[in-house]
Design a protein around this ligand. Structure first.
Ligand SMILES: Nc1ncnc2c1ncn2[C@@H]1O[C@H](COP(=O)(O)OP(=O)(O)OP(=O)(O)O)[C@@H](O)[C@H]1O
Ligand SMILES: [Mg+2]
Length: 275
């Protein structure tokens, strides 16, 4: 039997009285690209963050490669190194060069020798088209370039799967394409990916499956042409009418990043882990 890289079973998450995830059952197969769409506040980020336990589930299971990581006996740090995560905010270390940013977790978390980490960082930066920026500092880069550094940093850890939470939402429109191009390459190379995005054209082209979430539940899922092109649920239709309307103004506010690197797990975190 082939074990799915990502599975959730009856996943619930509450923040106090607020019931945010209401029983999510999800399987992502190896090499599959799943785009998650849905209105603001529907729980998309919470779902993604629950998958590597940046949020601790209130109920249910999260299986990574078949291992229930909610189990207190699971080796969470080890499992987390298999999952790369890219956020809306790039969260690069401002005082380090681009190269340093892509090296640091390799050295401190994976214990890679510096020279090896350097070589891998250079390879990853080449892969995202930034070979000419390795000695720059993040403030000298455009948003699109910074996000590509963040992707290179995640890839340098050799993840088996990648989670993207609105990776292009903080970017000026003309910079979105270069980041999506890197993600498209990654998808074509067979990376298992979950992508929360409002980029419907990207979802339609790259996703194997689109999941529409509303109010903490999966309302509908299927091939992109079906879910985006001809959805069953009136809720999906209403949402799509809104995001596909060129005059629609997105009200989503960028998260304020309370960022830390957890050297025991290699995660670049927004806010605390709720355990
Ligand atoms: N740490 C937290 N503490 C309390 N409430 C939270 C926390 N994180 C998220 N929430 C709440 O959970 C709900 C779902 O949030 P989430 O960020 O998952 O939505 P989303 O679908 O990603 O929305 P958006 O499209 O705006 O990013 C929201 O009502 C949010 O305010
Ligand atoms: Mg979100």
């Amino acid at each position: 039997m082939v074990v799915a890289p990502i599975q959730t079973i009856g996943l619930h998450k509450s923040f106090g009285d607020l019931h945010v995830l209401k029983g999510i059952d999800l399987v992502v197969q190896k090499g599959e690209v799943v785009c998650v769409i849905g209105p603001s506040g529907s729980g998309k980020s919470t779902l993604l963050r629950s998958i590597n336990l940046l949020e601790w589930p209130s109920e249910g299971q999260v299986l990574i490669d078949g291992i229930n990581i909610v189990d207190p006996d699971a080796n969470l740090d080890k499992i987390r190194t298999r999952i790369g995560m890219v956020f809306q905010q790039f969260n690069l270390f401002p005082h380090m060069t681009v190269l340093g940013n892509v090296m640091v977790a390799q050295v401190r978390v994976l214990d890679r020798p510096k020279e090896e980490a350097r070589q891998i960082a250079l390879n990853m930066l080449e892969r995202v088209g930034l070979s000419d920026k390795v000695e720059q500092h993040p403030s000298q880069l455009s948003g699109g370039q910074q996000q590509r550094v963040a992707i290179a940093r995640a890839l340098a850890m050799n993840p088996e799967m990648m989670l993207f939470d609105e990776p292009t939402s903080a970017l000026d429109p003309e910079l979105v394409g270069e980041v999506l191009a890197v993600m498209r390459d990654l998808a074509n190379e067979g990376m298992t990916m979950m992508v929360v995005t409002h980029e419907m054209a990207f979802a339609r082209e790259v996703a194997d499956r689109v999941i529409f979430m509303d109010d903490g539940q999966i309302i509908e899922q299927g091939p992109p042409d079906k879910v985006i092109g001809n959805p069953d649920s009136p809720r999906t239709r209403t949402f799509l009418a809104r995001v596909l309307d060129p005059t629609h103004i997105d009200s989503a506010t960028p998260e304020t990043a309370d960022f830390s690197i957890d050297l025991s797990s290699g995660q670049f975190r927004l806010g605390p882990t709720h355990r």
